[in-house]
Design a protein around this ligand. Structure first.
Ligand SMILES: [Zn+2]
Ligand SMILES: [Zn+2]
Ligand SMILES: [Zn+2]
Length: 361
């Protein structure tokens, strides 16, 4: 993630900030320009930041304080690019749901940031044209005896998230119950977006056969494969083949898990780059390398360079977490097979960008 500066006082500010802690300026992110805009907000929808033309605040910015994104002033939309993807929001009359929604939107914007930086194709879901949409749903209260709990998942462009995932205690309990090493709201968004982009970028394209050769045949009955996984667990030695245990359940899940890890890698590398981090651990190739990361990972075409930095960064990241008494931030070991799958995602995304004439170094 990029680091930003307050346009009023030059203080470093962060992607999720809606106010500068130094000078008190209000802040809004303008995704079309990838900039953070500082202004003084007095309750109006349209603002005129100094040195910039007027911009419009997302309706969720001033109605519910769950968004900090801006729109071009001439936009006819009330909501920003990220909020326009919502089809169902939580029932705000229920206690706690505003805070849950705030958490969901914060993490969702981090996903959307990466999708935009990677020039990936998506538009808000509509029944006629498809697209990408989000349903944030809650389980029925226990006394109503819901037959089927809300499952987080993807179906033809619509991503459903059970809003209980925004509760740290509930999420941790599920993580423990499922014996997962990692479970975050952002991880869910990244994973589910992978299913959407499989439909867009792999299905019915020349990438389908290479996909099957690497990830397996996705025509394997899906529900049966998932049931087998939940009853029997992952196969022995799964870590030689898959990025996570769950990835072993079906080729689609392998793809979505790998896609999520690709986004973990690119976003975290950008953060490291923005902080000017140096990498002193040995590189995968063993070649001496200038340890200062000097490139924008979102613009990097060479996959080996990304992993040369990513692998030592994960070790450093985990060690930093342990120093603070937290579990590993990235509790995964990437096998050569998992790295090959990550490379497939990288080549696919790069090829899409080249075909659509997006400048890359
Ligand atoms: Zn400031
Ligand atoms: Zn918004
Ligand atoms: Zn999935």
């Amino acid at each position: 993630m990029r680091l930003f500066r307050c346009g009023t006082c030059n203080n470093p500010v962060y992607f999720e900030n809606s106010r500068c802690t130094h000078c008190g300026s209000d802040l809004g992110y303008l995704p079309t320009d990838n900039i953070m805009v500082a202004f003084r907000y007095a309750g109006e929808a349209q603002v005129e930041p100094p040195g910039l033309g007027p911009v419009r605040m997302c309706a969720n910015y001033h109605q519910h304080q769950v968004c900090n994104w801006l729109l071009p002033v001439d936009s006819t939309d009330a909501y920003c690019l990220s909020c326009r993807l919502n089809r169902t929001i939580p029932d705000l009359s229920q206690p706690g749901n505003l805070q849950r929604w705030h958490t969901l939107e914060t993490e969702k914007r981090q996903l959307i940031y990466s999708l935009l930086r990677l020039d990936l194709p998506f538009h808000p879901f509509s029944a006629g044209t498809g697209g990408l949409g989000f349903d944030f749903l809650a389980d029925q209260p226990p006394h109503q005896q819901a037959e089927h709990p809300i499952m987080t998942g993807h179906d033809q462009g619509l991503i459903t998230v059970n809003i209980a995932e925004a509760d740290a205690v509930a999420r941790e309990a599920t993580r423990d119950q499922m014996a997962e090493s990692y479970r975050t709201v952002l991880g869910h968004f990244r994973h589910e977006s992978g299913h959407y982009f499989w439909d867009r970028l792999v299905w019915n394209t020349p990438w389908l056969e290479p996909f099957r050769a690497l990830f397996g045949d996705e025509r394997l009955p899906y529900q049966e494969a998932l049931n087998n996984y939940y009853h029997q667990g992952p196969p022995a030695g799964w870590h030689h083949l898959y990025v996570s245990q769950y990835a072993s359940s079906h080729p689609w899940e392998d793809w979505a898990e790998t896609w999520a890890h690709y986004l973990h890698m690119i976003d975290t590398l950008e953060t490291a780059h923005q902080f000017g981090m140096r990498f002193l651990a040995p590189t995968r190739s063993g070649e001496p390398r200038e340890p200062l990361m000097t490139f924008d990972p979102y613009q990097q075409t060479g996959f080996a360079t990304l992993t040369d930095y990513w692998l030592p960064l994960t070790v450093a990241l985990n060690s930093l977490n342990r120093s603070m008494g937290h579990p590993h931030a990235y509790p995964f070991t990437l096998s050569p097979n998992a790295i090959q799958k990550l490379e497939f995602v990288h080549e696919l995304v790069s090829s899409y960008r080249r075909a659509n004439n997006n400048d890359m170094t």
